[in-house]
Design a protein around this ligand. Structure first.
Ligand code: ZN
Length: 496
């Protein structure tokens, strides 16, 4: 299977006769990662890469900065295609977005990822973990015990190009953080499970944490909204001590579902009273668009109003979308790309409200194991960042078009969640989480300590009594809507 994918990649590179079938000609970059090269030993050409990827380079141009930076380079996609959990996903995603002509929009600028240096990676990862990765890349024997100690087994095996994947995923998200564009998209990032000293949950590098750290250089507060269906566990622990960062995770939780963390009251409130460390919003089985959007509306506005970040990172994993074999299918969710788009729209709106023109939005990828639906979702999110773009109903002809067969629709055909609920007595429990969260938001508002306000140097940005009332009003109005929705469901006690 891997061989097949490599061959298709080669086809992608060389099929330059059709404008929608080929990446822009960058032969020098492609040549650095020819499949015949041992990818684990690939020495990424730092000199040529950094010269084209200098963050802020576009700002020096005379023309205005487009609103969206799209972090992508063909050679990087070929590297990320080798991630065992997501073979060829990167190429599929970028090819669809390119075929939809979104990269030709006047408001988008394609910027290649920088290559993270070892010092960059050490900002989050341990030296011993990086040493093991480096040894693997150089072909040095590493014992099974050492690999296991660093999580490099089972769902995170060592693979060809692992070191390059880590450096480019981290570099891409760093680039996204540093561009002057109000919005930066890096679909090859979002690896939110990786720990400082080990790989976990298909994630080898926590580019999300590195991206947040880069944003903290210029932003006082950074909110991370994680809509991947799995709890963003490593983000909770990465910034537990840092009150400048607030991870908010909307995810599925049920017995046995990975990673088994993220209960609504788990770590939400630091018992020392130092402040909120994370907001966890677990949703039960059977969630559809209606529930999902209601939860987003209940969470995003009040939390943004309260925390008032000037930068937001969205971990936009698409495994919450219907059909995902490692996410939605297990959770029996019927969420469609429209719900994920709704979340991104909500963040954009709220960020504009609380941060104005200073707001910076970084959108990263994440999980997504039904690659066609992942590409559909991320194409829709990319389009919504380019205001006014309407996508066609059908997938355009391109190299990977048949991956979307038989319907070739851009939409995801999900069953009606209400019908599903009639068949399934184990109904959606999202409402329970919603109500508990509403109460926690109240607690959070009451207990933000004074020293946090002082350390920010801008007391006005923190909630006043007036904004507290606004939060209450939002929660109350959402609650009424929620109750109305609940009463219209078929199952007694079912919530939507
Ligand atoms: Zn996931």
């Amino acid at each position: 299977m891997h061989q097949q994918q490599t061959e298709q990649n080669e086809g992608t590179q060389s099929s330059g006769t059709h404008p929608t079938r080929a990446y822009p000609a960058r032969s020098s970059n492609f040549s650095a990662l020819q499949p015949s090269t041992s990818a684990d030993r690939v020495q990424v050409d730092d000199t040529s890469l950094t010269s084209t990827a200098t963050p802020g380079a576009s700002a020096r141009r005379s023309r205005r900065v487009p609103s969206v930076a799209y972090i992508f380079a063909p050679f990087a996609a070929l590297v990320h295609d080798h991630v065992p959990a997501n073979p060829q996903r990167s190429s599929m995603v970028h090819c669809l977005i390119r075929a939809l002509q979104l990269l030709e929009h006047e408001n988008i600028e394609v910027i290649p990822p920088s290559v993270a240096s070892p010092d960059d990676l050490l900002q989050f990862h341990t030296r011993s973990y990086l040493d093991v990765i480096s040894k693997c890349a150089r072909g040095v024997a590493v014992s099974a015990d050492t690999l296991a100690r660093h999580g490099l087994e089972d769902d995170c095996p060592v693979f060809r190009g692992l070191a390059a994947h880590i450096r480019l995923a981290a570099g891409g998200s760093n680039t996204a953080a540093r561009t002057p564009h109000p919005i930066a998209i890096h679909w090859d990032g979002g690896r939110h499970h990786a720990r400082a000293g080990s790989a976990a949950g298909f994630c080898y590098v926590n580019d999300v944490a590195l991206c947040v750290q880069a944003l903290l250089a210029t932003h006082a507060r950074v909110l991370v909204l994680d809509v991947d269906i799995h709890h963003g566990d490593a983000m909770d622990s990465a910034f537990r001590e840092d009150t400048r960062v607030l991870p908010v995770s909307i995810h599925h939780a049920s017995p046995g579902f990975y990673p088994g963390t993220g209960a609504v009251d788990e770590g939400v409130w630091d018992p020392t009273g130092e402040g909120p460390v994370a907001v966890n919003v677990p949703i039960g089985t059977g969630c559809g668009d209606k529930t999902y959007c209601a939860v987003v509306d209940a969470v995003v506005g009040p939390v943004m109003e309260r925390f008032r970040p000037s930068a937001v990172v969205v971990v936009c994993g698409a495994d919450a979308v219907y059909g995902d074999p490692k996410g939605a299918e297990i959770a029996r969710w019927t969420v469609t790309p429209a719900a994920i788009v709704h979340a991104v729209r909500a963040v954009r709106r709220e960020l504009a409200r609380v941060a104005g023109e200073q707001g910076k939005l970084v959108i990263l990828g994440g999980g997504g194991y039904d690659h066609a639906n992942t590409a559909r979702t991320w194409a829709n999110v990319t389009a919504v960042c380019l205001d006014g773009v309407v996508l066609p109903a059908s997938v355009p002809d391109h190299t990977f078009a048949m991956q979307y067969a038989p319907l070739l629709d851009m939409a995801v055909d999900a069953p009606d969640p209400l019908e599903q609920r009639r068949r399934d007595p184990y109904t959606d429990r999202g409402g329970q989480a919603w109500w508990r969260l509403a109460r926690l938001i109240d607690v959070q508002v009451e207990r933000v300590p004074d020293h946090r306000r002082a350390s920010d140097g801008d007391e006005r940005q923190w909630a006043t009594d007036e904004s507290y009332e606004q939060v209450e009003q939002v929660v109350a109005s959402q609650g009424e809507a929620h109750q109305r929705a609940s009463s219209s469901t078929v199952q007694p006690g079912a919530t939507q």
